[in-house]
Design a protein. Structure first.
Lengths: 324, 306, 543
């Protein structure tokens, strides 16, 4: 197990490194030197000389890359061209916000999704099952940012039940220390998390229903039923435990979904997270931030599949052998 | 909206119904076909798709106005008999743009997916057939590709180019979407290449390309088709997201995604301009998912015995 | 209901403790965020709003907005000034002025500030506005001397308006190339009515009143900006009660919604912006060659006459802007609807295009000549909803004329980069103007001007502008020179002048004495107040 984990970890790091490398070279080759372009360059010459000296813009790309890697080892991601601050600082501000949003969405996603999926499986082919199934399919098919817009329009702008955006009330809660301010934060979190969570939950429910139905048809469940165990016990203990196995795969799949969704949902709800930071950086060609964001994003995706693999290994020992 | 537009819309619905009926009639002859239509959402799904495709093809007849036409002093009108789905902030008829936008949105979905499936099938086929270092190299590439959220990659690609044409956009969408398919195909090919028919073809002296594309891949068609059906939907959602961020289909060409983006600025006074295209996307993606699910059930050989 | 609950809890926990006249919290909804709080570097209007509260100028513009001479200026850091010679201006600093870390504000700070603003490494966007100042020297710790290159009507304005004095003792040690990323720029120490409290990136920025401010204690105690990615969200926050004030409501539907909200009061004021579709007269990326299309004056004239600017204005702005008679903002004293310009005449435009040889020979709906279609690309920033709207409207108007327009919608920073580098056919640009045309107009529309992105160059215009700025003996002569400069420019049709804004700000009705100086809406913020009887718990709560 330990050897497997080490190998798996090394592979993960290699993947992240590859993503960073590709991003680094693509953006540098495509954009080149912000002081390039001869007479038409956007910055004055004196400023460019300093920039080159400071950030090494005058050196060949591979030298810059080597410099970047060395700095990376020291936790230095360079300096943003547009934000006037170190990339690491900007990321450190944004990551917790995205993480909170993603976690809240994940809880809604899995809690609601599992409950719905199991409920539907138990009531298979009933009117409720079909209605819920169609509803879930519909929600799962919505563009997540569009759902966000609609939710924002209805619950924030029309009904005033929730705030329009942002992390919290800056007047009463300049920081999230006290209990009321934590509530205020949750209240601000509700709409974006629900938007992201609902779309995810609809997918999870469909997945879980299918997994549950598959298991219910299996021999050991029939056996358990034949033995005369109570239906509730059959379903929740025997069937569910086995139906949860494929669910673990879903954890790995959910991370990229949440990241993608966060990009758009954060824009809709003015949520200062990774997604907004990355999108703005890409649009503004703020390459140090783009590369830093690529590092974090791919790190999160890889981490997600790693967690899924480990959980799988724990839940089903046969997998380890095969995967190794 | 005139009588002929209503007639055209009705005609599209009738045609879609006919398509469903015809498919059902033919499906009876095969087990897979019967399984397909046994799926409760299959028929409505096919109907919705056929309807939207017909409307897209017949756009000039269905749309009451040209899609670019900005009618003076008719900005942000609520839905009325004249403008059934209202007008947008530029005084353009939302229904007309929706109808023409179907061409773009469905087209991008289908073409983008076609590119992705082609590349994915080739890469997966090659990796699975040759195994060894080719396989390792390609699959590590896929690992890297899957490690970046696709929307980031696309945004980066679009932002790096000075201006982007529709075709390049489609190509980019396709080229960032093949990773999953290639994994799927590789797994199929790995198991298929050992089967008798592939071995026989090799023994007859067929080259690698011939074995992969003539013998192995056709037998791996089922999972490819299913993933393609589901993938079209995700491409459409992606296009919408890109357009929303201002990096998608360029104006004035209507796509459902940039219709949402155009309507969003007046969401408070004219919500219909952004709501209807969003509904249209949801409906089509839902139909695609339904059909994809039904296809999976129909093409799954394990269900044969049941 | 949830709001009440949370607010109640908040109120219970944080005992509202501020009592009296000097309480009050003002939350400002802002569509944008400062890049860095360092006035010499940032020319964003949101940075201007924040630094207006943090840093003082030597003297400031009066409510009259008169920029000629020195009579209408109000003392700030300088308690008085005199002219030693026609080109020598002496300021006497107010001895009470203090930096918020306790150090006195000295003449050395002023000299240091001038040096920084004119340093090419700092690269200040205001550098060219200071070009007439030859030197700034200190006579003693409270006396500073400005020497000018020549005498002209707005010398005093140039000396005081562009520079906010910086603390030399805190910035002297920072290497100039690193100014834009120094920690000071994210947590500045100023000498103004407010001091810096906190800045949460992408979220909010808070200032607190300096109760010892030497020109008078500000009435409102806490000022908080809430940053949103766009204008619509900002207005929505205002209407929902998440914010108390906004600089401009921009679109007519926003004005209507906000002004119909009982809690809000609306404050119209003169707009400082004008927007236009500018043609690049030089080939994109190569300024030595003329643009293949826009090098032709007649073609440009046809393209100007083809646009129904009034109709576009109605669609985008409703009643809250005017079609400008040239590159003018309504704030400028030279604004004059009588200035002659090319009329809207699509028939005439079509005839002119045909005469120039642009005819649709292949029936694809686009005019062509020698096998080239009449097609060009327009550079538009995605961040501006107004400009994106105009882009779509223009695209359609030109399409009906047989002109194919494609849009390059790019982020604002990229828009700036490309326009500066001349890499565009045409662009939709907006200038936020100074209170006077004397530096903005030549910068943008004379040969060699720093922001003359379209490379429009007519020596007649240059000469007229020079006469207006420097040698005009009185206001009437200057006005006539400005008018003929504008009319000459209009005849050359370097751009389609689309709109000049009229602003409407909104603020919560509990805020009194809301006075807005049109060139900088928060310049007088320290005199705004929330009377005791209108204060709510939010006004009294301590941070």
């Amino acid at each position: 197990m330990a050897a497997w984990l080490v190998r798996r970890l090394a592979a993960s790091i290699a993947i992240v490194l590859a993503v960073v490398t590709i991003t680094f070279f693509v953006v540098h080759l495509a954009h080149g030197d912000p002081c390039g372009g001869g007479e038409q360059r956007p910055l004055p010459e004196e400023m460019c000389r300093r920039l080159r000296a400071r950030f090494g813009y005058d050196q060949p790309v591979y030298v810059q890359y080597a410099k970047y890697l060395v700095a990376l080892l020291h936790g230095d991601l360079g300096e943003s061209l547009g934000l006037h601050r170190p990339v690491a600082d900007a990321l450190a501000d944004a990551i917790p916000n995205t993480f909170t949003l993603a976690l809240a969405a994940l809880v809604i996603d899995f809690a609601l999704g599992l409950a719905l999926g199991i409920y539907q499986a138990v009531r298979e082919r009933s009117v409720v099952d079909i209605a819920l199934g169609n509803a879930a399919l519909f929600v799962n098919s919505m563009p997540v940012f569009w759902l966000g817009l609609v939710v924002l329009l209805v619950f924030a702008q029309r009904l005033h039940w929730f705030p329009v955006g942002g992390l919290g009330d800056p007047v009463l809660c300049p920081s999230v220390a006290s209990l009321p301010c934590q509530l205020d934060f949750l209240w601000h979190l509700a709409l974006p998390a629900l938007t992201l969570g609902l779309v995810g939950a609809a997918g999870t429910a469909r997945y879980q229903r299918a997994a549950m139905l598959e298991v219910i048809g299996q021999d050991y469940v029939r056996t358990a039923r034949a033995k005369g165990l109570p239906e509730r016990r059959v379903l929740l203990v025997h069937a569910l435990r086995n139906a949860l196995l494929p669910f673990i795969t879903l954890i790995g799949l959910t991370f990229p979904f949440l990241l993608t969704g966060a990009v758009l949902v954060e824009t809709v709800f003015a949520w200062p997270g990774m997604g907004r930071l990355a999108v703005n950086a890409i649009l503004q060609r703020d390459y140090p931030v783009v590369t830093g964001a690529a590092l974090v994003a791919s790190g999160m995706v890889v981490l997600g599949s790693l967690i899924a693999d480990v959980l799988y290994g724990v839940a089903d020992p046969r997998i380890r052998v095969r995967d190794a | 909206m005139n009588v002929e537009n209503w007639l055209a819309l009705g005609g599209a619905a009738v045609l879609a119904l006919l398509v469903v009926a015809e498919l059902r009639r033919r499906a009876v002859t095969s087990a897979a076909g019967r399984r397909f239509f046994r799926h409760p959402t299959a028929a409505p799904g096919v109907f919705a798709l056929a309807f939207f495709v017909t409307v897209a093809v017949a756009a000039p007849v269905v749309a009451p106005y040209p899609p670019y036409y900005q009618i003076a002093r008719r900005e942000n009108l609520r839905p009325s008999p004249q403008h059934v789905l209202g007008t947008d902030p530029y005084g353009r008829d939302v229904l007309s743009r929706l109808v023409y936008g179907a061409r773009i949105s469905l087209g991008i979905g289908a073409l983008g997916m076609a590119v992705a499936v082609t590349v994915g099938a080739i890469v997966g086929g090659v990796a699975g057939y040759f195994r060894g270092w080719v396989d390792t190299a390609l699959m590590r590439l896929v690992d890297v590709g899957l490690a970046m959220p696709r929307i980031f990659v696309l945004l980066m690609a679009v932002a790096l180019t000075e201006h982007i044409s529709l075709w390049v956009l489609v190509l980019l969408i396709g080229l960032t979407g093949w990773f999953g398919t290639s994994r799927l195909v590789r797994a199929e090919v790995l198991s298929l290449r050992e089967r008798e028919f592939a071995a026989a073809a090799r023994a007859m002296g067929a080259g690698a390309g011939r074995v992969i594309f003539r013998h192995v891949l056709p037998n791996a068609a089922a999972p490819i088709i299913v993933s393609a059906a589901l993938g079209i939907g995700s491409v459409m959602l992606l296009e919408a997201g890109l357009s929303f961020l201002g990096m998608g289909v360029p104006s004035p060409v209507p796509s459902w995604g940039n219709m949402i983006a155009d309507g969003w600025i007046k969401m408070a006074v004219a919500p219909w301009a952004a709501t209807f295209p969003g509904l249209a996307i949801s409906l089509v993606v839902m139909a695609l998912n339904a059909v994809g699910d039904a296809l999976r059930d129909a093409l799954d050989p394990r269900k044969e015995a049941v | 209901m949830a709001l009440a609950c949370v607010m109640l809890l908040g109120a219970c926990q944080r005992r509202p403790s501020c009592i009296g006249e000097y309480c009050g919290t003002l939350v400002i909804a802002a569509a944008g965020e400062p890049d860095v709080l360092l006035s010499p570097i940032s020319d964003r209007s949101i940075t201007r709003d924040v630094t207006d509260q943090l840093f003082l100028k030597l003297a400031d513009l009066g409510l009259s907005g008169n920029t000629i001479g020195d009579e209408d200026f109000q003392p700030q850091l300088a308690e008085r000034w005199e002219w030693d010679a026609p080109t020598t201006l002496v300021f006497h600093l107010d001895p009470r002025a203090r930096w918020q870390d306790g150090q006195p504000v000295t003449a050395a700070d002023v000299a240091f500030t001038y040096d920084a603003y004119t340093d090419t490494i700092v690269g200040s966007p205001f550098r060219s506005s200071l070009r007439q100042i030859a030197a700034v020297t200190t006579r003693d710790s409270l006396t500073v001397v400005f020497r000018f290159r020549q005498r002209y009507p707005e010398m005093f304005y140039d000396a005081v308006y562009h520079m906010r004095i910086m603390p030399s003792h805190l910035l002297r040690e920072v290497p100039r190339p690193q100014w834009s990323s120094t920690a000071f720029g994210r947590a500045p120490v100023g000498d103004g009515p407010y001091r810096f409290v906190a800045w949460k990136a992408g979220e909010s920025l808070e200032l607190a009143a300096d109760s010892t401010f030497f020109l008078g204690r500000p009435h409102i105690r806490r000022v908080i900006w809430r940053f949103t990615p766009d204008q619509t969200v900002a207005v929505t926050q205002l209407i929902a009660g998440d914010a108390d004030a906004i600089e401009v409501l921009v679109a007519p539907d926003n004005v209507q919604r906000a002004c119909a909200t009982p809690r809000l009061a609306c404050y119209p004021y003169k707009g400082a912006q004008y927007g236009y579709l500018g043609f690049n007269l030089a080939a994109p990326g190569d300024t030595t060659k003329p643009h293949p299309l826009f090098g032709d004056r007649d073609l440009r004239r046809a393209l100007v006459m083809a646009v129904d600017r009034e109709r576009l204005l109605r669609t985008v702005w409703g009643d809250f802007a005017k079609v400008p008679p040239g590159p003018l903002s309504q704030l400028w004293w030279i604004w004059d609807p009588e200035i002659r310009e090319l009329p809207y005449d699509s028939a005439q435009a079509a005839r002119l295009l045909t005469r120039l040889g642009w005819i649709d020979t292949d029936g694809d709906g686009v005019r062509d000549k020698d096998g080239h279609p009449l097609a060009f690309r327009v550079l538009v920033p995605t961040t501006s909803a107004i400009r994106r709207q105009y882009a779509r409207l223009l695209q359609e108007q030109y399409r009906t004329m047989g002109v194919d327009v494609q849009l390059d919608e790019v982020d604002f920073s990229l828009f700036n980069e490309r326009s500066r580098a001349g890499r565009f056919d045409a662009l939709i640009n907006v200038w936020t103007t100074d209170p006077t045309p004397s530096s903005g107009f030549p910068q943008t529309w004379t040969g060699g001007g720093r922001s003359n992105y379209g490379h429009y160059d007519n020596p007649d215009v240059d000469q007229l502008v020079d006469r207006a700025v420097v040698s005009a003996g009185n206001r009437d002569q200057a006005r006539r020179a400005w008018r003929s400069a504008t009319e000459t420019l209009n005849r050359d049709a370097p751009a389609v002048f689309l709109f000049a804004t009229e602003n409407v700000a909104a603020a919560d009705k509990r805020v009194e004495d809301v006075r807005i100086r049109p060139d900088s809406w928060l310049a007088l913020l320290r005199t705004w107040r929330i009377p005791v009887d209108r204060q709510t718990d939010r006004d009294r709560v301590e941070r």
